[in-house]
Design a protein around this ligand. Sequence first.
Ligand code: PMP
Length: 285
Amino acid sequence: MSQQIYINGEYFSRADAKVSVYDHGLLYGDGVFEGMRIYSGKVFRLEEHLIRLFESAAAIALPIGMTIQQLAKDTDECVAKNGLDDGYIRLVVTRGCGPLGLDPYKCSDPQIIIIADKISLYPAEMYENGLELITAATIRNHPAALSSRVKSLNYLNNIMAKMEGLRAGCVEALMLNIKGEVAECTGDNIFIVKNGKLSTPPIDAGILEGITRNAVLELAKQAGIETSEHPMTRHDIFIADECFLTGSAAEVIAAVKLDGRTIGDGKPGPITTKLNEAFRKLVRS
Ligand code: PMP
């Protein structure tokens, strides 16, 4: 089945799916997006993703021009049209075309784009053995400048940190906030386990409120694991028993080294494995 890309309610082949070079999404990163997984033909937590999308859009005063229910219907339709059982959805809303200046009020045609595709983020071997992280020198954007809860098209901050990781041979990098506290990774949230308790940085550490993060916190509570959201430093990760990352694309993946220090015994730990199994069950339920 050939790929069908949705733009404003119409479908195009990959070669014909285009936006203007005057689109402020391209010119200024003026827009918002979501990344979601398709499991067994169904988008995982579609409504939560769309609520986050609409909230991101509201925060930047970007009118989407349709309801959450309509966009949910179109997203489901796009998944069906592409015949994907398992895959990934990238939903993008740009400010649309305008003059070359910044003025968003001169843009009147937001572009709603839905791309359904296959995905493989990290090598399978890393899901078995865990991955290694470095701490990026690039500090996570200050949430008072642009709330990290807005999933905007401006990912340069994370991209700079990702480059640092890749240059050091790591597929992910840890980002700290301006206070030196742990924020998140470039495209994933981070968790640690210490003495059987699960913790993750709070939203006001300047992180994206991950849908997978929330799902894992719920699963941990259901499993009777004590959870907390509190500020942490790199030191907390160095001395953690276990560490793992969460994200729609990444799912749940253990991190076994940070800046050359082995975390715990250097293997995906029992709580990580338990939560990973529970997550895999949940997404297929
Ligand atoms: N943090 C950042 C910066 C991200 O880009 C992502 C991926 N969307 C996440 C965390 C994880 O969020 P989610 O679980 O909603 O995919």
